[in-house]
Design a protein around this ligand. Structure first.
Ligand SMILES: Cc1cc2nc3c(=O)[nH]c(=O)nc-3n(C[C@H](O)[C@H](O)[C@H](O)COP(=O)(O)OP(=O)(O)OC[C@H]3O[C@@H](n4cnc5c(N)ncnc54)[C@H](O)[C@@H]3O)c2cc1C
Length: 450
């Protein structure tokens, strides 16, 4: 069957659904094609045995006005839920327990996380010389400006938590562009942050709160709300895109049995899926894009029905690589949001693997379960007599793209493809940021561009 459409979006993850939503708001005709039999991509919420848990992302940050605007648009279909105040506390493992990351001048002085030398050293940060290497890694930049202990006990675990990555391999200007620009534009993180705070703000700028968000009932509610009323075909097999001589596009699927002729195609799939989808793009252009490395991640959701009052009023605990534990960190979703665990119980999300332990993906369920139970006692300090009531394991082979030194070449190749093939847009988290806030922002940019 052949149909004619204005725009085809490929992939019904957050990027694809938000792009289609924004385009429909502008009155455009959009068809979304998705390989899986469900929508949401990496976002997937489960409710089982009284626990509500995520297999992919748990929280986003209101880091762009578009995030607040999207939830405004979705009102009545899905409710934004911001994390409880207590979850502003972030914990870092050192020695034999979690310590709170300093949140004010007193805790900054007393914290055992950083050395006394580095605590004094940080006072000189505003006057430290600017770096000269545009491709400096996050790890090298942090050590140069903040000192080794700040790198080991703040930046390294932060990078594990966000990128599941190796801070020595992520390039600051691509992976953490806001941080890079603070030094590049203001000469210092501290001076830059102060100057930014003083800059005049529009009402729209003030929508950016940096608050941690989910949706009431889990993030699946957000993607389901985006998908409501959208024209989506799920379970599509073998999608192929081909340019036509009249500058339109031919998209076929289900082994060529279905055909769509359209003016624009937006891809939101992972970089590794592009060569198959866009076979007409020469390898010299495609290789720098499709070679993007994604760190694998295992997320294990652990529930306990009665935590016997053992609570962690915090967002979660991160584990510096120096501490040589098998986990990257543990999130405490039931401390952040309502109704994630039965009353009196608790829900935890353990993260393992990442770029530095990609081999963990091969571990069997039994091995993972053993690691989880060990951490339940040794890290979360539950007595040996207690065991979790629920353990669910989720493996993500292509979890988080790593924005390393090759990112510049990749971004250029993406721009080159879009220039050579007008009407084709390559979106998704291979560019413009990895977080859900970035995805919602990119979706708005793509819709405006079209
Ligand atoms: C374990 C984990 C934890 C995370 N934690 C956080 C977090 O706490 N905070 C945060 O902000 N971000 C987090 N992220 C990142 C965030 O989830 C992603 O950036 C975001 O969900 C990506 O959305 P997307 O639509 O770009 O891609 P995806 O969700 O991957 O969607 C792409 C879609 O395309 C489909 N597809 C693929 N190939 C084809 C094809 N050939 N034809 C048709 N369809 C195809 C896929 O099935 C999928 O539905 C996490 C990611 C993972 C994996």
């Amino acid at each position: 069957m052949t149909q004619e459409r204005d725009i085809v979006v490929i992939g019904a993850g957050l990027t694809g659904l938000a792009t289609a939503f924004n385009l429909r708001k502008k009155g455009r005709d959009v068809l979304v094609l998705e390989k899986q039999n469900r929508v949401g991509g990496q976002i997937h919420t489960f409710t089982e045995e009284g626990f509500t848990f995520e297999s992919g992302p748990n929280t986003g940050v209101v880091s762009f006005p578009e995030v607040a605007e999207l939830f405004q648009d979705l009102k009545g279909r899905c409710d934004l839920e911001t994390a409880r105040e207590s979850s502003k506390r972030r914990l870092i493992w050192k020695g034999d327990k979690f310590h709170a990351l300093p949140s004010g001048p007193v805790s900054a002085v007393t914290t055992p996380l950083f050395t006394l030398k580095d605590k004094f050293r940080i006072l000189g940060e505003p006057w430290r010389q600017k770096g000269t290497n545009p491709n400096e890694s996050v790890g090298a930049l942090a050590q140069r400006r903040l000192g080794r202990s700040f790198f080991e006990y703040a930046v390294d675990p932060f990078v594990s938590g966000v990128y599941a990555g190796d801070p020595m391999k992520l390039t600051t200007r691509f992976a953490l562009p806001k941080l890079y620009h603070l030094e590049a534009n203001y000469g210092s993180f501290v001076r830059g942050a102060i100057a930014k705070r003083k800059e005049p703000k529009t009402d729209r700028d003030r929508l950016v709160t940096k608050k941690v968000f989910s949706a009431r009932g889990g993030l699946q509610k957000m993607v389901d709300a985006l998908a409501q009323d959208a024209d989506i075909v799920t379970g599509t097999q073998q999608i192929k895109v081909q340019p036509r001589e009249d500058h339109t596009w031919r998209v076929t699927y289900n082994n060529g049995c279905e055909e769509v002729i359209c003016r624009h195609v937006v891809t939101t799939v992972g970089a590794y899926a592009l060569p198959d989808l866009l076979p007409f793009i020469p390898r010299t252009l495609m290789d720098p894009i499709s070679s993007l490395y994604y760190a694998p991640v295992i997320q294990v959701c652990v529930g306990i029905r009665d935590s016997h009052g053992l609570n962690y009023p915090a967002f979660g605990g991160l584990i510096p690589s120096k501490e040589q534990k098998q986990l990257l960190g543990i999130l405490f979703p039931s401390e952040c949001f309502v109704q994630r665990a039965p009353v009196g119980g608790a829900l935890y999300s353990y993260f393992m693997g990442g770029a530095r332990h990609a081999d963990y993906l091969q571990k069997s369920d039994d091995e993972i379960r053993e690691m989880v139970i060990d951490a339940f006692h040794s890290l979360l300090k539950y007595p040996k007599t207690m065991e979790p009531d629920m353990i669910r394991i989720f493996r993500h082979e292509h979890a988080i793209p790593q924005y390393g030194e090759d990112s510049g070449t990749r971004f250029e190749a993406i721009a080159c493809v879009e220039q050579q093939y007008p009407g084709l847009i390559l979106a998704g988290n291979m560019c413009d940021g990895i977080g859900m806030g970035n995805r919602i922002h990119q979706a708005a940019m793509v819709a405006n561009k079209l």
